[in-house]
Each structure stands twice: as structure tokens, then as C-alpha cells.
Design a protein around this ligand. Structure first.
Ligand code: TXA
Ligand code: MG
Length: 323
């Protein structure tokens, strides 16, 4: 792939119009959502979608989330049952992705669903994303806008650090307020399944459904969320549940007990703040570890409830052994 000059587009009418025009021409444009930046392509243009996999260096078998402006647009792509309707009306726009049976007549490129019978759909809650969808007028396939296997981007600078020269543009909307990828719920069978913990706590989804979420099926494909061990890997080795650093380690803290930490995700112990800071903090402490030759990064314990579940999921992947 020949390198291209990646444009940084401002968060105004001209920037949105330019982004939409590039997308219509089959080009790749990164855009902010409330969770993380997505790398968008026209979901109905197979060549454009193929470009996403090339730019990210992503294995082709991993399907993509389709982003749309509202639930009506999602219903044109996927079959909604009463559970999907309930979750969509409770949490869209927002940090929830639903995996539903695909409407094959919707014209979504096969690469988006990896040729499968289901499709992941989401209505983001970010004013720039919504303005972009309105200007573009169709569904956008978008994974997180990072090279495959790296930490998801929560600023335009993060996007450029990984993908500059490989995509047409990034629409700069500043930092993403939630900071963790969306929660993915699978509704293709009789049981609602939590396929990936994320920016919407599982507990509130369970409350809306009036039923617990089941774990992913044991025979889920290896590309299913959570199965790629080192998906969010920084370069330094991470040691989790560390109440203090060992000699030569940097310390990524959480809460008032970690006042001496090199970086604290939330000095007051607020999980929402910690989620919003997590990926930027991992990048920053990884860079510091390289700069000072640290032996690794000790990570303070994070409570396993609410957004803490998704934070711990991402930390576990960041700490997983590399292939
Ligand atoms: O917050 C987010 O979800 C961000 C923003 C950009 O929307 N997107 C994101 O996309 O995190 P990505 O591609 O990095 O992660 C999407 C996950 C992948 O693990 C993929 O396997 C899963 O969704 N997925 C997509 N389609 C699926 C399907 N039909 N069935 C099961 N899993 C699916
Ligand atoms: Mg991703």
C-alpha cells in the first residue's frame, strides 16, 4: 500500500463535509465516538471495507461493527426482537453494540460480517459522529482506529501515531469521554450473551433485560471478543493486582491507596474517570517505561464491578503473554 498524506479535519461543518466526501469516495476516515475513535469506511463498499483490514493489519476473519445514526437505520440492517428493541430504546445512542441476525438484503459488504449470518450494530452518542452519519447518509463499518493488536485510540493524536500515512483523514473531536470500547451483547440465540464488557456496565443491561447475561458460547470462534489474548498490548510487561511497585517497576495506580503511583487512573477511586483515562495512561506509562528502562509496570487492583469489569478485561489482555 502506497503511503498517503493523512488529513487532520477540524470539528466543524467543513471538516464533516470533507470527511463525508472522502467516505463516499471509498476512502478511510477515523472519527471520534464517545467510546474510542473508529476507523470508518462505507459499509456497503467491499473495497473500502477491505482497506480497513489492510490499514490495521487486521486478520480478515474478525468482523466489524456497523455504525448508524439511529435505531431505524439499524433495523434496516439487522432483525430486532423484543430484547433488542428494549436495549436499543434504553441505551442508544450509547456505548452498547448489539449482535443480531443480519438482513441479507441490506447490502452490507460480506467482509463486514466475515460472511456470517449476524451483524454487530451500534448508534454512537457523539455529536461529531452523528453529524458525520447525517452528512454521509449510510452505514459505516468501523473498528477501533488502531493497528491490530495495539491499544485503542482515545484522541486524534493516538490515531495518527498508529495509522498516519495509511488512512485518508482523521476527524479531530478531542478526547473520547467514555474511553473504553462499547459493551457487546449477542442476541442471536435464546440467551442474551455478554460478548465483551465495555463502556456500558453489564449490570445496567441486565437490569433493563430483567435477566442475567450469559457468557459467550464455549465454541465461539477464536476471533470472538476476549479470545485474542494480547489484543491491547503495550510493550512493557504488566503485573496486575499490584499494591506496590517492585524495584525497577513503574506503578499504574488506582484510588487513594496509590498516591505514590507514577500515573493514577483516578486518585479518588472513580471508575468512570479511570475508564476515560485508561488507554491514554497505558500509552503514557509504556512510553515512560521505555524511556527510563523500567523492568515493567505494576498495576494497582481495580474493583470488579460496573466499569471496573471492562477496565480489568482490558488490563488482563494488556498483561497477556505475546505471541
Ligand atoms: O466502542 C466500540 O465498540 C468501538 C467504536 C469505534 O465503535 N469499536 C470497536 O470495534 O471496538 P473493534 O472492531 O475494535 O471491536 C469489535 C468487536 C470485535 O472483537 C469483533 O470480533 C466483534 O466486535 N464483532 C463484530 N461483529 C461481530 C459479530 N457479528 N459477531 C460477534 N462479534 C462481532
Ligand atoms: Mg479494536
Amino acid at each position: 500500500m502506497a503511503p498517503e498524506t493523512t488529513e487532520t479535519l477540524p470539528a466543524d461543518a467543513a471538516g464533516i463535509a470533507r470527511a463525508a466526501a472522502l467516505l463516499r469516495a471509498g476512502r478511510l476516515v477515523a472519527f471520534p465516538t464517545e467510546t474510542v475513535y473508529g476507523l470508518g469506511a462505507d459499509a456497503c463498499n467491499a473495497r473500502a471495507v477491505a482497506g480497513i483490514f489492510a490499514a490495521k493489519g487486521r486478520p480478515h476473519f474478525n468482523p466489524l461493527i456497523v455504525h448508524v445514526a439511529d435505531a431505524a437505520a439499524a433495523r434496516a440492517i439487522a432483525l430486532f426482537d423484543h430484547r433488542a428493541e428494549r436495549l436499543a430504546s434504553a441505551f442508544w445512542p450509547g456505548a452498547l453494540t448489539l449482535v443480531l441476525p443480519l438482513r441479507s438484503e441490506a447490502g452490507i459488504a460480506d467482509l463486514v460480517t466475515a460472511g456470517g449470518a449476524s451483524v454487530a450494530v451500534r448508534v454512537p452518542d457523539h455529536p461529531l459522529a452523528r453529524a458525520l452519519f447525517a452528512a454521509f447518509g449510510g452505514p459505516l463499518a468501523a473498528p477501533s482506529a488502531n493497528p491490530s493488536g495495539k491499544v485503542s485510540p482515545t484522541t486524534a493524536a493516538h490515531v495518527l501515531a498508529g495509522l498516519s500515512g495509511r488512512i485518508a483523514a482523521v476527524l479531530d473531536g478531542g478526547p473520547c469521554p467514555v474511553g473504553l470500547e462499547s459493551t457487546i451483547v449477542g442476541l442471536t440465540g435464546p440467551e442474551a450473551r455478554l460478548l465483551r464488557p465495555g463502556g456500558l456496565p453489564a449490570e445496567v443491561i441486565e437490569a433493563a433485560l430483567g435477566a442475567p447475561l450469559a457468557p459467550p458460547e464455549a465454541d465461539a470462534l477464536p476471533e470472538a471478543p476476549g479470545m485474542l489474548a494480547s489484543h491491547y498490548a503495550p510493550e512493557a510487561a504488566l503485573r496486575l493486582e499490584a499494591t506496590a511497585p517492585r524495584p525497577g517497576e513503574l506503578w499504574l495506580g488506582f484510588g487513594p491507596d496509590a498516591a505514590a503511583a507514577d500515573i493514577n487512573l483516578s486518585p479518588s477511586g472513580d471508575l468512570t474517570e479511570a475508564a476515560a483515562r485508561l488507554f491514554a495512561a497505558l500509552r503514557e506509562i509504556d512510553a515512560r517505561a521505555r524511556a527510563c528502562g523500567a523492568v515493567g509496570i505494576a498495576v494497582a487492583p481495580v474493583p470488579q464491578h460496573g466499569l471496573g469489569r471492562a477496565i480489568n478485561d482490558r488490563l488482563a489482555r494488556a498483561a497477556a503473554p505475546r505471541p
